[in-house]
Design a protein around this ligand. Structure first.
Ligand code: AMP
Length: 177
């Protein structure tokens, strides 16, 4: 059974990081708490074991931690969605708007070893939803079946899930209203 109160308490709030006005949700204190990390991963394995997934795609960088751990639990492959310029082979990319300017995420052109694979997208947190929306579009560009987008934490007051719900289903383990 998942104890959401325990998980929420295992996440540390860092006010004014990386800039004034932002409360950064520090998940390193969840990761180094074996009860919290194991409980979370058991919950995710339980949810997704019946989804018949082919790949978990994780968003750089904290999505790598949860995504790779989940992929091995499910016995399937992991695909990193990286920030621009980090992947060595041929990539496809998708831009998304930041408060000021743009950022870009990329995957390898052959990341999913073919088409129509069942893919779960995962990240630690959804805020405005811009990053996950770009990652979701990227997965769709390669003609995969994006089954769901999963987040450990959803900052629901920012309504980020609205951006994604046109593209795929959204699941968050913990909601912060
Ligand atoms: P967004 O594109 O606005 O949904 O932002 C999501 C990305 O930024 C995720 O990769 C998060 O890890 C990171 N992020 C945004 N806001 C926070 C926050 N308050 N605490 C921790 N990470 C955050």
């Amino acid at each position: 059974m998942i104890d959401k109160e325990y998980l929420l308490r295992s996440i540390r709030d860092i006010p004014d990081f990386p800039k004034p006005g932002i409360v950064f949700k520090d998940i390193t204190t969840l990761l180094n708490d074996k009860k919290a990390f194991t409980m979370l991963m058991e919950h995710l394995e339980d949810r997704y074991k019946s989804y018949d997934l082919d790949f978990v795609a994780g968003i750089e960088s904290r999505g790598f931690i949860f995504g790779a751990a989940l992929a091995t639990r499910l016995g399937i492959g992991f695909v990193p969605v990286r920030k621009k310029g980090k992947l060595p082979y041929t990539t496809i990319s998708e831009k998304y708007a930041l408060e000021y300017g743009y950022d870009e995420v990329e995957i390898h052109i052959d990341a999913f070893r073919g088409k129509n694979k069942r893919v779960l997208l995962i990240d630690d947190l959804i805020a405005t939803g811009g990053t996950a929306e770009a990652a979701a579009k990227l997965i769709q560009k390669t003609e995969q079946n994006l089954v769901e987008a999963c987040f450990i934490i959803e900052l629901s007051f920012l309504d980020g899930r609205k951006k994604l719900e046109n593209i795929t289903k959204v699941y968050s383990v913990l909601e912060i209203a």
